[in-house]
Write a protein that binds this ligand. Structure first.
Ligand code: 5AD
Length: 366
């Protein structure tokens, strides 16, 4: 479809269902059409079209995964970080953050509890904390895999050398989450200090893929300076990388960061992007994120209904949960807690979904 400069958005809007259909059928659209589609779907009045989008994405998700949601136990094992990302509450420069790190034994206790709760994937997430040597991380991974051989271990600890990624892979790590944050160079520079680069982040992601990790990328929606063009670049980048997991959540300001007074990302825009990503990646593992449930009481459910199929309840020790504050008011209670999977299950039951307690590997890794 071509558009003449005179086309109004109302005239364009009648093309939306057709574009959604083409996106569902072919898994892609040219950049220009993705851009128009996002623009239109972000409009307040586009509710009817968004419903078509969510329904289509949900159908694609159910075709691959059934009415099931995978669960992962999230262990936030350190909030020390060497970096200074402008958006993040645990940035090195935040002197108000109360810092903690868990020992190997404490991490293993979390896994033991998670295993008893029925969880079969542990996500070890933390800042880039150099107090753990590469060998320390490898030892932790190996100990988990030795004790619970049928469990998957996911690492989410930032940018490291290919050599370290290899060491951890050999120690038994199955998966790695490293959001690319934004695929636009200039935007990357607005979110991160100069010593961090999109180029290096992308190199890390390709190393992880080559080393055989089920790899997760992703981005925040509504981060300061983000434009629709940035989002189209994110979609294009994901299409090229073909990650097994894609993490998408709204940006939420943290009071002790340079972005304290920025506005949070919108629920609607996040849901639209989740659905579009689902249509472009029918087999990807897509979490309905904690950030989504932080900006909206029903966020988790809405994420699932927009095509997500993973949740990551918190399995960190009680005493540290409130300290892993990436953004203000990050939720960690009630159905956010791995200890309350029953609450989560009944919320999902109400929308026709059940929790799947399997390892939940990406389809191409089964
Ligand atoms: N708002 C939303 N998400 C955030 N993250 C970090 N800070 C924020 C924030 N203020 C996300 C980043 C990171 C992931 C672990 O948490 O995308 O990759």
């Amino acid at each position: 479809m071509t558009l003449s400069p005179g086309d109004t958005s109302t005239e364009f809007s009648k093309h939306i269902p057709g574009l959604i259909r083409r996106l569902a059928d072919t898994g892609d659209l040219p950049d220009e059409e993705l851009c128009r589609l996002l623009e239109q779907l972000f409009c307040h009045e586009a509710e009817e079209y968004r419903d078509i989008l969510y329904k289509t994405a949900r159908k694609v998700s159910v075709q691959t995964f059934g009415n099931k949601v995978y669960v992962r136990g999230l262990i936030e094992f350190t909030n020390y970080c060497r970096n200074n990302c402008y958006y993040c509450g645990i940035r090195a420069g935040n002197k108000k953050a109360s810092r903690y790190r868990l020992t190997k034994e404490e991490i293993l206790l979390c896994c033991r509890e998670g295993c008893a709760l029925g969880l079969r994937t542990f996500v070890l997430q933390g800042g880039e904390d150099m107090a753990y040597s590469p060998q320390d991380i490898g030892d932790i991974v190996a100990a988990i895999k030795q004790t619970w051989p049928d469990c998957a271990v996911t690492l989410s600890i930032g940018e490291h050398s290919r050599e370290d990624y290899l060491l951890w892979r050999q120690a038994g790590a199955d998966r790695y989450l490293l959001r690319h944050e934004t695929a636009d160079n200039a935007h990357y520079g607005k979110l991160h200090p100069p010593k961090l680069s999109l180029k290096h982040r992308v190199q890390c992601l390709y190393s992880l893929k080559e080393l055989g990790y089920q790899t997760g990328a992703g981005f925040m929606v509504g981060s300061p300076g983000q434009t629709i063009e940035c989002l189209v670049k994110d979609l294009r980048f994901l299409k090229k990388l073909q990650p097994e997991m894609i993490g998408i959540g709204p940006f939420i300001p943290h009071r002790d960061t340079p972005f304290a007074s920025e506005s949070p990302g919108s629920l609607t825009q996040t849901l639209v992007l989740l659905s579009i990503v689902r249509l472009m990646h029918p087999k990807a593992l897509l979490p309905s994120t904690t950030a989504l449930s932080t900006i909206d009481e029903k966020g988790r459910e809405l994420g699932i209904l927009a095509g997500a199929n993973v949740v990551m309840p918190n399995l960190s020790p009680d005493g540290v949960r409130k300290k892993y504050m990436l953004y203000d008011n990050k939720r960690s209670e009630g159905s956010e807690a791995a200890q309350h999977l029953d609450q989560l299950a009944s919320r999902f039951a109400a929308i026709g979904y059940t929790i799947d307690f399997g390892r939940g590997d990406a389809p191409s890794f089964r």
